[in-house]
Ligand binder design. Structure first.
Ligand code: ACO
Ligand code: ZN
Length: 165
């Protein structure tokens, strides 16, 4: 039998997944964190930390998110509840299958249910795949932070409004 379609499930992260998530983070991104940072993010928002697991039970992608209070990206001087997508990555062999879209959509659904006002993230201004992905999901570029990354690259802040009151 030939498997023509790749199968995976999306489920919540649990601390046993930490090593796999760190491996994916180091393979895919220059922004790397200590194990305790991942666990702090998990404790801040366990429902916003998801993994994509393949048929053979290996983890191929993750998303992690933090809940914050801060000034709105859309309404002047208004304090709002924000979901901050801190990091998302999919192993190279598993890209362009819609896994990142599904991870973000699940997080957005959860943030909406929690009545969080906005979702935002930082992304390298040179990271075209990620910028396209976020635009496709309804994020827009709200501002640029010059020299945000350690190598001097600028960041876009991309954000979207969630449930409207
Ligand atoms: N080129 C152009 N557009 C792309 C690309 C690409 N290489 N990859 C994704 N997109 C856009 C397309 O519009 C795509 O839809 P389509 O396939 O129907 O054309 C849409 O995004 C959805 O793509 P997915 O298949 O859901 O995305 P994927 O699962 O491949 O993951 C990701 C995208 C996370 C950016 C992946 O390429 C990756 O892990 N990159 C390295 C790590 C990274 O850059 N992470 C984001 C950093 S910013 C942050 O973490 C907040
Ligand atoms: Zn961030």
């Amino acid at each position: 039998m030939v498997l023509t379609q790749y199968n995976y499930i999306i489920r919540k992260f649990n601390p046993n997944d930490l090593e796999a998530v760190i491996y994916i983070n180091r393979t895919c991104l220059p922004e790397n964190y200590s194990p305790s940072f991942f666990l702090e993010i998990y404790q801040n928002c366990p429902d916003g930390f998801l993994v994509a697991e393949s048929e053979n039970l290996s983890i191929v992608g993750y998303i992690m998110c933090r809940l914050e209070l801060g000034f709105s990206e859309f309404k002047k001087l208004k304090l709002v509840k924000k979901g901050h997508i801190v990091s998302i990555a999919i192993l190279p062999e598993f890209r362009r299958k819609g896994i990142a879209m599904e991870l973000i959509n699940k997080v957005l659904k959860f943030l909406n249910e929690k009545k969080i006002d906005e979702c935002f993230l930082e992304v390298r201004t040179t990271n075209e795949p990620a910028i396209n992905l976020y635009k496709k999901l309804g994020f827009s570029i709200v501002r640029t932070i010059p020299g945000y990354y350690l190598d001097g690259t600028d960041a876009y802040i991309m954000a979207m409004e969630l449930h409207k009151t």
